[in-house]
Each structure stands twice: as structure tokens, then as C-alpha cells.
Design a binder for this molecule. Structure first.
Ligand code: MGD
Ligand code: MGD
Ligand code: SF4
Ligand code: MO
Length: 726
């Protein structure tokens, strides 16, 4: 048989590039290219996408479920494994009740069909409030800020990259990360295009990154101090009467009052950015025909993460750039948004041990170890993890590593035995990437152009359940049901259609549920559900449009759905019906920021960084990706190397832990700041290549006792440390 060509979306990062792969007669990937006919990515490909074949062929990927007794693992049949899960979870519930169960959902759930469609069912079926995810080690401050300002935690505006005249970027390095909460394949090319059309790009980062090298201007900022910089921009816009508000707002006077406290001189002291630069940037933002402020992980995983995200959108509103072409805009994904009726709130319940508020139905991962360790009613005894590695990715990771063995039962859905899943009693491995379907339920809601693309599985996974089926089985087990997991899909479809026909203004209002169900096409429950969601969505066949699953199957290169459209009026869900510029919760948190003014500055602070050929903790087992610049080293400014007398290795100590790390002197990092990438520290030896490039776990140093208060998000940047020669 000859080789065949397969088109699919790359599932490895938020850029959602279209790929064209060649498979041999044994279904092995022999080449990967960017899909030139994808209207969104137009052939763009990065080294990770190019290695998708190697990743898919990794010999250390699990092919069968594993069951552990003591320190011994054995392969099991799927029925045995599900029985062991039923006994394990059931035992915990019987002995301690459902409040002793917890779940941790990791980052790849944002990329998988199973994560998008079946994770909520598992969560509901577990019947516990102990839900944790990578979101509180990542973007929870954005959700809380969007929830409080716009009334909808998913209404996160993205910079309109292709039309903006001025981009101010803080704490993002898309030349390595390829972008986040801003789905934009070929982010580097889109940045270049801004400058080519006469626009300006300004990067604010404690490191002179590859992104900064491509910008018009780079500004060093002290880690964790972005809110002071942004506040000073707000201050200047008011003081110089440069505001140009074009959307309905609430709380303007209160905002103006708090902003008087934070002038550019205060910002200079805190951030290290000269006051005249701050003033100039405020003027440039106001003068640009269109401008967008975009801030990402460097500003989210910080002590004042939510304040930073709020101030970013405050600046976007004050300069007239919210919901306007060339400014920051909201995507209109093909799968319509779920409109929430009630105004957004956090703290509807609190964590048992530290009394931390819930946000978006989640508790902070920074308190996961507390909940497992602290005895008493509600102590976590049973844990389900899906696509996550909190031992390497959560703050105080070493504490989690020590806490997990105390659980009565743990089950992990993961392709690898790694630092976290090695503590499980049962591991349920989903099929490989090429055997899985792909649709970006989450990421296309944060896209710089409206777009849709579906990839059915390219290779059959005979004899093993899809990840959707694994999660559906878990949901049924957790709710004490048995039978065919397809029943779960029918139940969900039935409920969704029932709701749609009963909703005023719905495109199918008053229609017959049975008739609608009969229209749906798909080979699996997941496909049927996708078909339904596409048909109901804003471009859907049931909504006067053309989209259904079949349309996407007929257009395997993806479908361009046009540039972003203004839509704030339809989207806003605040009580006032206007953008809330001064949510009480955030104004309260400004008091915490003011207290910070009195703190003495630590001698050295730690930040993170991302590496182009890496992906959090799980791509270090691909030999074509590791090595070279992709190694775990501590970036230190040469002045600090001299001052601290550092040699080849350094001892780095924080309140949480201590590491010995190889030193890499570089003037790309500010003096007084050191940077260590996360996701390294491979232990346990189950992954052969990763073990040979182990590195150290940066999250031994990060401290789970500090969180961003409004969101509960972890703090990875600006961690006080001491650095000395090893
Ligand atoms: N110090 C520091 N720590 C950080 C960060 C930082 O900047 N600095 N960044 C944080 C951020 S932004 C994030 S998102 C988190 C990530 O935190 P996590 O999501 O906990 O960690 P990952 O390393 O992404 O782990 C993903 C896991 O999913 C598995 N996996 C991959 N694909 C699939 C799949 O299709 N199905 C299933 N079931 N499993 C799969 C992998 O084998 C791996 O075990 O880390 C956070 N931690
Ligand atoms: N190659 C690769 N791509 C990835 C990932 C990966 O691990 N590797 N992870 C994916 C995930 S889960 C995510 S969330 C995204 C994240 O995508 P990005 O947000 O672009 O992440 P980073 O590349 O870590 O860039 C963050 C930048 O913030 C800077 N920084 C640190 N502290 C501060 C601060 O206090 N203030 C300011 N202004 N800047 C600061 C850092 O120096 C760094 O350059 O990337 C995704 N893409
Ligand atoms: S940029 Fe992201 S989506 Fe595109 S090929 Fe690379 S890893 Fe895949
Ligand atoms: Mo992330």
C-alpha cells in the first residue's frame, strides 16, 4: 500500500496550526508539514508540530491500563481497570462520603475533545467541591477579571493582531510559546506584519526575550510589579485628559480616585521603568489610531495577577479600544457561548483548610496539598487526575509529591507514567494523538479570527476506548451507574435539545426534539454532540447558516469565518449592563497592592520562562526536542554572577525549598532576577529520554502559601530567593 496524506489540527499548543502529515502503510507518521491550504495558519509549523510523529511513536506511551500494588505495576484489561476504579472510588465514598473525593484536570483538557465534552460530566458525577485544575496555575486571574468587568468569565478579549496599529505586550513571549489566550497561528508573522504596516510593538518583560528582539521597544520591568505600571498609565490618561471611552461604563469616578494614588513616580520606584517612559507609552496608546494591550502568563501567575488583568482592560476601555477593530475584541466561535443568567461571583464556597474562595467552580491548586494532608471531616482521600502533572506544575510541587502517597485511592487518565501518575493506583491511557479526534472547543473562543476545523481520528485504535469513552465510563462509575457510555451522550443531547427548543430566541424554539435528534450525524457520541453544537451555533445550519459536522468534514483544511466583530452589547452580563471599571472586590484588593509599597525589595527574585521545543512537563521524552537551548538552566545576569560569586552551579533557596541548578549567565535578564523553566525535574525513571535530561523541578521553589487573593491563582513570578555558589 502507498503512503497516505492526512490533514489535522496540531493539538500541542494554542496556535491550532493545520498540519499535513504523511503516513506509511503501517500508519506511522513519516513526515509533517504545515498545511498551506489552512486559511488561518497558512502553512505555519513550529518544531513541536514537526515532531508530532515522534511524539506519537514514543515507545514509552502507555498502550494498556496499569494497576499498581505496592511498588509493582502490571498491565490490566480495560474491564479489570474500570472494576478497580469502581472499587477504589466506591470504597472512599463508602468510608468518608463524596467530600473526600477530589479531581485535578490538567492543561491538555483545553486541547482534547474529551476534555471539552466529558470532563464536566466526571466532575458532576464525583459530587465534590474539591475541583482543582491547571487554570489556577495559569489564567484564573483573567477569568475573574472578565467575570467582574463584563459579567462572563469566558468573555476574555483578545488583541485584534491583524488590524491593530499598536501592541503593548506584557509578560508574554509568543516567539517561544506561540501565544496564549490569543489563538493566532504564526504569531511571529502577525507581529512582523504590525510593524510592516507602520504599527508599533512594545514588550514589557524582565527578560529581553526573542519577542522583545522583534519589537520596536523593550522595557525591563521588575517581576510582579505590572499593576503599578498599568495604574500609572491609567493615572496619566486621566491626568492628561486623554481618555476616549466608547462603551457604556460603570465606576469611572471610583477608578479615577484610586488611580490618583499610583502616579508614574510611584511606578518608577516599584517597577524600575522610568516615569517618562510610562507617560510616553500612555500618550502613544491614546494617540494610536487603534491600540491593544495584551498581557499573559508573566502577569497572571503573580501576586497581583487579577489586578493586572483588570488594569489591562481598563486601559483598553479608557483608550477607546475595547470591542473595536484594531483594539481588543471578542471571538465568535462556531460553538456558541453558554450565556450565564446570574451576575458573576466568586467565593460561593470556600476551601476547607485555608478558607480560600472558589472561582469558576474551582478551588486553588495551591491548596491541593493542604486538603490531602490535613486530617478531619472532608479530608481528601480519593483523587482523579486527567491530563495533569501537578507534582511538576503546581506550586510547592514537592509537597504534592509527598502528599499523593497518603491517598486511599488515586486514578489517572494519562498517556504516560510520570512524576504524578506514578502515585496512582490505576492509570487509564487514552489512545495516541493520531488515534484521537480533534476540535478546539476551548481555544477557538479566544481566537484572533473566527475559524473552525475538525479532525477525525487518522488511525484506528482497535480494542481500546477513546478518551471520551474513558471519561464517560469514569462519570458513570462515579455516579454508581453501569451500562453503555453512549447512554450518557444521549442523555446530554436530549437535555441540550430540550433546553434549546424551550428557550426564547433560540433558533430551534418550539421545534420537536425527536426531529432535531434525527438530523444529527456522527460516528461517535462525541461527534453527535459536536454536530449538535455546530448546528445550534452562530453559523449553524439550524441558525440560518451552513455549519454542521458534515461541513467541517467536507472542508478538512478548516473554514475561515471572518474577522472579529464588535459584540459587547450582546455579551455583557453585569448587573449594571455596562463594563464595570471598579468592581468592589478589585477595589478592595488595591488595598493589598498599597501595602506592598511598604515592603522591602528582596535581593533576588525568581521567574519562569518557556522554551520553544518544550511543553510544560510532557514533551521531554522526544529526543528530537530535548537538548541544546532546551535544557533546564538558571538564567542569571552577568553582574549578579560576579556579585554573588557564582560558578557552574548555584544553590537557589526560597521559603518553600532548595535546588542546585546549572548557571547560564546572560544579559537578557535583568539584574536581581533569575529565571528557571518549569516542567523539568523528571523522576521515577518511567520515561527513558526525559530521565536522561531530568533537570530540576522549579516548583520546589515556588510557594503555595502565597496566592493572588481574588482568583486564588498560584504565584510563579517574583518569588523571593537567595542564590549562592554551589
Ligand atoms: N513554575 C511554573 N509552574 C507552572 C507554570 C509556569 O509558568 N511556571 N505554568 C503553569 C501553566 S500555564 C500550566 S497550563 C500548568 C500545566 O500543568 P499541568 O496540566 O498539570 O501539566 P502538564 O505538564 O501540562 O501535564 C499534562 C499531562 O497530560 C498528559 N497528556 C498529554 N496529552 C494528553 C491527552 O490527550 N490526554 C490525556 N489524558 N493526557 C494527556 C501528559 O502526559 C502530562 O502528564 O503548569 C503551570 N506551572
Ligand atoms: N514552547 C512552549 N509553548 C507553550 C508552552 C510551553 O511550555 N512551551 N506552554 C503553553 C501554556 S500552558 C501557556 S499558558 C502559554 C503561555 O504563553 P506566554 O504567556 O507567552 O508564556 P511565556 O513564554 O512563559 O512568556 C511569559 C513571559 O513573562 C515574563 N515574565 C515573568 N514574570 C513577569 C512579570 O512579573 N511581568 C512581566 N511583564 N513579565 C514577566 C517571562 O520572562 C516570559 O518571557 O504557552 C503555551 N505554549
Ligand atoms: S505552533 Fe503550536 S499548534 Fe502550531 S505547530 Fe507548533 S505546537 Fe503545533
Ligand atoms: Mo498554561
Amino acid at each position: 500500500m502507498a503512503n497516505r496524506t492526512v490533514l489535522r489540527t496540531c493539538p500541542l499548543c494554542e496556535a491550532v496550526c493545520g498540519l499535513q502529515l504523511e503516513l506509511d502503510d503501517r500508519d506511522r507518521v513519516v513526515s509533517v508539514r504545515g498545511d498551506r491550504d489552512d486559511p488561518f495558519s497558512r502553512g505555519f509549523l513550529c518544531p513541536k508540530g514537526a515532531s508530532l510523529g515522534n511524539l506519537d511513536a514514543d515507545a514509552d506511551l502507555l498502550d494498556a491500563p496499569l494497576i499498581r500494588t505496592g511498588t509493582t505495576w502490571r498491565e490490566a484489561t480495560w474491564e479489570e481497570a474500570f472494576d478497580a476504579v469502581a472499587a477504589g472510588l466506591g470504597g472512599v465514598v463508602e468510608r468518608y462520603g463524596r467530600s473526600a473525593l477530589a479531581m485535578y484536570a490538567g492543561n491538555p483538557n483545553a486541547h482534547t475533545v474529551a476534555g471539552g465534552l466529558y470532563l464536566p460530566a466526571v466532575h458532576r458525577a464525583l459530587g465534590t467541591r474539591n475541583f482543582f485544575s491547571a487554570s489556577t496555575a495559569d489564567q484564573m486571574p483573567k477569568h475573574v477579571s472578565a467575570g467582574l468587568m463584563f459579567g462572563d468569565p469566558l468573555a476574555i478579549p483578545v488583541p485584534d493582531l491583524d488590524r491593530t496599529d499598536y501592541l503593548l505586550m506584557l509578560g508574554a513571549n509568543p516567539l517561544e510559546s506561540n501565544g496564549s489566550l490569543c489563538t493566532a497561528p504564526d504569531f511571529p508573522g502577525r507581529l512582523k506584519a504590525i510593524r510592516a504596516r507602520g504599527g508599533k510593538v512594545v514588550v514589557v518583560d524582565p527578560r529581553r526575550t526573542r519577542t522583545a528582539d522583534r519589537a520596536d521597544e523593550h522595557i525591563f520591568v521588575r517581576p510582579g510589579t505590572d499593576p503599578f505600571l498599568l495604574f500609572a498609565i491609567v493615572h496619566t490618561l486621566f491626568a492628561e485628559e486623554l481618555t476616549d471611552i466608547r462603551v457604556p461604563v460603570h465606576g469611572l469616578d471610583e477608578l479615577r480616585t484610586v488611580a490618583t494614588l499610583f502616579d508614574p513616580a510611584v511606578a518608577e520606584l516599584q517597577t524600575g521603568v522610568p516615569a517618562d517612559s510610562v507617560v510616553r507609552i500612555a500618550r502613544e496608546l491614546a494617540a494610536a489610531p487603534t491600540a491593544a494591550v495584551y498581557a499573559r502568563i508573566g502577569t497572571c501567575t503573580a501576586e497581583f495577577g487579577t489586578l493586572a488583568q483588570w488594569l489591562v482592560d481598563v486601559v483598553n476601555v479608557l483608550t477607546g479600544n475595547l470591542d473595536r477593530p484594531g483594539g481588543v475584541m471578542f471571538a465568535t466561535p462556531a460553538i456558541g457561548r453558554i450565556r450565564r443568567g446570574k451576575p458573576y461571583r466568586t467565593g460561593r464556597w470556600r476551601s476547607r483548610v485555608r478558607n480560600l474562595p472558589e472561582a469558576n467552580g474551582e478551588l486553588p491548586v495551591a491548596t491541593l496539598a493542604d486538603e490531602i494532608e490535613a486530617p478531619g471531616e472532608g479530608q481528601v482521600r480519593g483523587l482523579v487526575t486527567v491530563a495533569g502533572n501537578p507534582v511538576l506544575s503546581a506550586p510547592s510541587g514537592a509537597r504534592i509529591d509527598a502528599a499523593l502517597p497518603q491517598l486511599d485511592f488515586m486514578v489517572s487518565v494519562d498517556r504516560y507514567l510520570n512524576e504524578t501518575t506514578r502515585h496512582a493506583h490505576v492509570v487509564l491511557p487514552p489512545p495516541r494523538t493520531m488515534q484521537s479526534p480533534h476540535y478546539d472547543f476551548a481555544l477557538l473562543g479566544f481566537s484572533v479570527r473566527n475559524y473552525a476545523r475538525y479532525s477525525p481520528p487518522a488511525v484506528a485504535s482497535a480494542g481500546r476506548p477513546s478518551e471520551a469513552e474513558i471519561l464517560a465510563r469514569l462519570a458513570m462509575i462515579a455516579s454508581g451507574q453501569s451500562g453503555d457510555p453512549a447512554l450518557l451522550d444521549e442523555l446530554i443531547i436530549g437535555q441540550a435539545l430540550q433546553q434549546a427548543v424551550g428557550t426564547e430566541g433560540s433558533p430551534v424554539q418550539g421545534r420537536d426534539v425527536g426531529g432535531l435528534r434525527a438530523d444529527l450525524r456522527g460516528e461517535t457520541g462525541a461527534e453527535l454532540r459536536l454536530d449538535m453544537m455546530l448546528r445550534l451555533g452562530p453559523y449553524g445550519e439550524w441558525n440560518g447558516g451552513t455549519l454542521s459536522l458534515q461541513t467541517l468534514l467536507d472542508n478538512p483544511h478548516g473554514i475561515d469565518l471572518g474577522p472579529l466583530q464588535p459584540q459587547l452589547g450582546d455579551l455583557i452580563r453585569t448587573e449594571s449592563g455596562a463594563v464595570d471599571l471598579a468592581p468592589p472586590q478589585l477595589i478592595d484588593d488595591v488595598a493589598r497592592l498599597r501595602l506592598h509599597l511598604a515592603n522591602t525589595r528582596p535581593d533576588v527574585v525568581l521567574i519562569g520562562r518557556r522554551q520553544l521545543r518544550s511543553n510544560n512537563s510532557w514533551m521531554h521524552n522526544v529526543s528530537t526536542l530535548v537538548g541544546g537551548s532546551n535544557t533546564c538552566t538558571l538564567h542569571v545576569n552577568p553582574a549578579d554572577v560576579d556579585r554573588l560569586g557564582l560558578g557552574e552551579n548555584a544553590v537557589v533557596k526560597s521559603a518553600a525549598g532548595e535546588l542546585i541548578v546549572p548557571v547560564e549567565p546572560t544579559d537578557t535578564i535583568m539584574p536581581g532576577v533569575v529565571s528557571l523553566p518549569h516542567g523539568w525535574g523528571h523522576a521515577g525513571g518511567a520515561q527513558s529520554v526525559a530521565s536522561a535530561h531530568a533537570g530540576v523541578n522549579a516548583n520546589v521553589l515556588t510557594d503555595d502559601s502565597t496566592v493572588d487573593v481574588p482568583s486564588g491563582n498560584a504565584v510563579f513570578n517574583g518569588v523571593p530567593v537567595t542564590v549562592s555558589p554551589a
